[in-house]
Design a binder for this molecule. Structure first.
Ligand code: HAM
Length: 411
């Protein structure tokens, strides 16, 4: 028998109800904040991600699912942001709409070592606001992320916030970090020794306990912002305070993708263990121009849906559907039953029947298992009298009604 491949997950019907609830809530909240849905392909040119996420990032180095064909190399998208900026430019949204507020829900793919909360196919619920560098958008986007969590019934999360500054500030930060870590190379893991050369910011992200210790002791990360970036950061922080959003400034928060600058944030939950981020995001002011567009500010975030499902939430909805279950006895009733079933469904009444020719007793059990609110019993006798028996499963009462009246009564 075939098995699903490691790092993928089957979302079975009961769990899918929670996913449907999360998606429906997200769509509603996005609409309240005036974000519109965008759906981009799951495959893109691999070069799009190489260019934007950063050559030395984990994703580009070793986590892309690549598809080689004769002329090109495609990648299963490891994240949504780069693809959405590609689409924004290709479809001239900057000319049509100027500032665009977009959201997306869909699968992402990373060739990671699978563990709890870390999959090779996972799902994002995310948003991107492209076309403004104003701090008011940073505030709106973080508020939106928080509103989503609250609406999912999730509490106990922490919002960590930092500013990486502009590209010049990031360079200054990198130069400072290089100095700090040069003298401590022998205390770092093998990966971080390479990072010290080609992407020193990533050292702040390393989960290795020895590296964490070095990072914490060195107080690396703080104080490299120019006056403009500092002012932007102050506006974001006071805007969040104004809206009553709690956050912690974490000067060592750098994020794992190269396109970020200025505001970055991560939302963590202690119930998640080592993979503790339920969502994350930040500004990427140079990505639009990097991909050939004008100089435009942009910011966004994404939640990992599987991780939202791992923390306590109120996304398991009680089934409110009132299912009607038809049991027929005898050949003539069976054929008439199909027509009745069809009329119920056409009238929008959720209805099902026993497709396994079970005995009355077994079919009743199956109706019960399906959570039926009403069971209809149609035998040849009823058919002759043009009536049908309606059993109310909640009150355990039963009555007969004419087939003509059935829909009216069930409604
Ligand atoms: P990211 O931090 O790579 O950011 O992913 C966002 C979230 O996706 C993470 O916080 C985590 O919850 C979830 N996630 C990431 N990798 C996995 C995995 N292997 N298995 C399960 N869940 C995972 C981005 O992707 C950015 N595009 C976010 C963004 C949008 N920044 C600006 N706009």
């Amino acid at each position: 028998m075939f098995k699903r491949i490691p790092g993928t997950k089957d979302i079975l019907p009961q769990e899918a109800l929670s996913w449907q609830a999360a998606e429906a809530i997200a769509r509603k909240i996005f609409s309240v904040y005036n974000y519109q849905e965008i759906r981009t392909p799951v495959i893109e040119e691999a070069a799009l991600f190489n260019r934007t996420l950063g050559q030395s990032t984990e994703i580009v180095q070793k986590q892309m699912f690549l598809i080689h064909n004769q002329e090109d190399t495609y990648a299963l998208r490891p994240e949504g942001t780069a693809a959405i900026v590609r689409s924004y430019l290709e479809n001239n949204l900057e000319k049509v709409n100027g500032f665009s507020k977009l959201y997306y829900i869909g699968p992402m793919f990373r060739l990671e070592r699978p563990q709890k909360g870390r999959l090779r196919q996972f799902h994002h619920i995310g948003a991107e606001a492209i076309g403004s560098g104003e701090a008011s958008v940073d505030i709106e986007v973080i508020r939106l992320a928080e509103q989503l969590l609250r609406s999912f019934g999730i509490s106990g999360y922490k919002i960590k916030l930092n500013s990486l500054g502009c590209p010049k500030d990031k360079q200054a930060l990198s130069a400072g970090l290089k100095k700090i870590f040069q003298g401590k190379l022998n205390q770092l893991c093998a990966d971080c020794r390479v990072r010290a050369e080609n992407n020193v910011l990533r050292i702040l992200d390393c989960k290795n306990p020895e590296c964490r210790k070095v990072v914490q002791e060195s107080a690396a990360g703080a104080g490299c912002l120019c006056a403009d970036c500092q002012a932007h950061f102050e506006t974001v922080k006071s805007g969040l305070d104004n809206l009553g959003i709690s956050f912690q400034v974490d000067p060592q928060l750098v994020r794992g993708l190269d396109y970020y600058n200025r505001t970055v944030f991560e939302i963590t939950h202690s119930d998640l263990g080592s993979q503790d981020a339920i969502g994350a995001g930040g500004r990427y002011n140079n990505l639009v121009s990097e991909l050939g567009g004008p100089e435009l500010g942009a910011i966004g975030f994404a939640f990992g849906v599987e991780r939202l499902m791992l923390v306590p939430n109120t996304l398991a909805p009680s089934e409110t559907k009132k299912l009607v279950y038809l049991i027929t006895l005898g050949e003539a009733a069976k054929s008439a039953g199909l027509k009745i079933l069809d009329r119920l469904r056409s009238a929008g009444i959720p209805a099902d029947t026993d497709h396994l020719n079970r005995s009355l007793k077994a079919a009743m059990r199956s109706a019960n298992d399906a959570g039926a609110a009403f069971v209809l019993i149609l035998g040849d006798d009823e058919l002759k009298k043009n009536v049908i028996a309606v059993k109310d499963m909640v009150n355990s009462t039963q009555k007969e009604t004419t087939i003509e009246n059935l829909i009216k009564e069930l409604k």
